[in-house]
Design a protein around this ligand. Structure first.
Ligand code: SF4
Ligand code: SF4
Length: 230
């Protein structure tokens, strides 16, 4: 009948509207907010009945571990009394090469004798150009650049404030473990695997074993990706 579709549509909308409040009351009565992690797992799945409103910026949803915004540089945790830990970045330049919009600039450090130093003297990322693809993090052979969860970077300054320098980019490994615990653990396991394989290779106990170690190293490098972490 003409108009029945419109009525059905309105009935569905009304059902969602009512269910939103029923769900809010149900999840609030379970001792938490109506959009806590447990509630979201259900309410954002196909089993969810109503809709959820979060009053951003006063209230914020936790982002999932795989969430990625602009990159940051990993350092060791700083020693007591120090501001920065040792850079993991070796200034190899791979991230700058693979970055599709070419928004990474690196100046390699120099030793007093003029020879290159395996750490960056300067490191810049233009976050207005960065498209958050994560390729830099995926290709870095040293786990030295990771995708951050901090998405509140807007400002009225459209020039220098959006070019993040080494100081702004550097964050300790403990921060990475905190925002991406599963990924960080898998990467640590892969690094350990690689170190053990390298140690085996150094022993040079025979061609067969060396080949096996090389294979183990290659496999370890794939561990993180195979785990579906990117
Ligand atoms: S790929 Fe990794 S180690 Fe190489 S320059 Fe980029 S962040 Fe540094
Ligand atoms: S996330 Fe993508 S666009 Fe941004 S710096 Fe890394 S490679 Fe470049």
């Amino acid at each position: 009948m003409y108009g029945l579709g419109i009525l059905k549509g309105m009935a569905v909308t009304l059902k969602h509207f009512v269910n939103s409040y029923v769900d809010d009351i149900f999840w609030s009565s379970r001792g938490g907010r109506y959009y806590n992690d447990e509630a979201l797992a259900v309410r954002q799945s196909p089993q969810g009945k109503g809709v959820i409103t979060v009053f951003y910026p006063e209230e914020k949803l936790a982002v999932p571990e795989r969430f990625r915004f602009v990159p940051f540089l990993v350092t060791d945790d700083p020693a007591p009394g120090e501001r920065w830990g040792h850079d993991w970045c070796t200034s190899c330049g791979i991230c700058a090469k693979v970055c599709p919009p070419q928004c990474i600039w690196i100046k390699r450090g120099k030793q007093p004798n003029g020879r290159p130093k395996p750490e960056p003297e300067e490191f810049y990322i233009d976050i207005d150009i960065c498209m958050n693809c994560g390729l830099c993090a995926e290709f870095c052979p040293f786990d030295a650049i990771k995708m951050d969860h901090d998405y509140e970077l807007a400002s009225y300054n459209r020039t220098t404030a959006h070019i993040h320098d080494k100081e702004r980019l550097s964050k300790p490994i403990s921060y990475w473990r905190e925002i991406a615990p599963k990924k960080a653990a898998a990467e640590a396991a892969a690094r350990q695997f690689v170190e053990e394989a390298k140690a085996k290779k150094k022993d040079k106990k025979g061609e067969g074993e060396e080949r096996e170690a090389r294979l183990a190293e290659a496999m370890a490098r794939q561990l993180v990706y195979k785990g579906g972490l990117y």
